[in-house]
Design a protein around this ligand. Structure first.
Ligand code: SF4
Ligand code: FES
Length: 239
């Protein structure tokens, strides 16, 4: 394919980008879905979940942190990359405690939607069934660490947009978990408010508002109507 300034090739499609954009940002803007979990174009890329794994000029990397450059040859929708993404999803499912049928976020959850889209038919690995704390101390929100995937979107939103630094990640590997910056470590004693940007970014059901259970019925939710790969990226997560 002949190079055209500010375009690259993604799975055989020519994608235009603005200088400074990442491969993921340009692809999503062009309507070409690349699976992703920890990325949101509004915040600094994090590069932790690796769902956006692509092959660029025969080398693999994360599309959410790699800058788009003219003439790049990028592969994303290949059997090998989708197999590796499925394995990452299976690891996320067994590491946390995800019980989709009983979760308020079902149908609006990116983790669940990607598992459907990438045809993850089973968990493959043995579940850890880790004890995870639930924090219901805040009047308007609860934090259920059982569903947290440590994507740090709430961390970035609180720091970069709300200017509060309410959330952080402590521990490593299986011990990694979300912590709250307050004298007691409880959300209810922090400066977190339901109007914060951090209240709207959780891609799974870990940070959820109280008193609005099943406002939109199961079956009528964002990813019920179309697979995530055909759904424009929701910048504000639906509850
Ligand atoms: Fe990500 Fe939600 Fe966990 Fe925050 S609470 S790190 S947004 S999964
Ligand atoms: Fe790129 Fe998570 S979306 S590493």
């Amino acid at each position: 394919m002949t190079d055209i300034p500010n375009t690259f090739n993604l799975d055989g499609e020519r994608i235009h980008f603005e200088p400074g954009e990442t491969i993921l940002q340009a692809a999503l803007k062009a309507g070409h879905f690349i699976p992703h979990l920890c990325a949101n174009p509004e915040f600094t890329p994090h590069g932790s979940c690796k769902l956006c794994l692509v092959v660029v000029n025969n080398r693999s990397g994360s599309a959410c942190v790699m800058k788009a450059l003219p003439g790049l040859e990028v592969q994303s929708d290949t059997p090998d990359l989708n197999h590796r993404r499925r394995t990452l999803l299976q690891m996320l499912f067994v590491e946390g405690n995800h019980f989709c049928p009983g979760c308020e976020k079902s149908g609006n959850c990116k983790l669940q939607a990607l598992a459907y889209d990438l045809e993850m038919f089973n968990d493959h690995f043995t579940h850890f069934f880790q004890p995870r704390e639930v924090d219901a101390s805040h009047p308007d929100f609860f934090l259920d660490r059982n569903r947290c995937i440590n994507c740090e979107l709430c961390v970035r939103a609180s720091r970069e947009v709300d200017g509060k630094n309410v959330f952080g990640i402590a521990g490593r590997s299986l011990e990694a978990h979300i912590v709250v910056n307050s004298p007691t470590g409880l959300l209810g004693d922090s400066t977190f408010a339901k109007t914060d940007r951090a209240a709207e970014v959780c891609p799974v059901g870990a940070l959820l508002p109280k008193e609005v259970g099943f406002r939109k019925p199961i079956g009528a939710r964002l990813y019920d109507s179309a697979p995530i790969s055909q759904t424009p990226t929701a910048v504000k997560e639906e509850v």
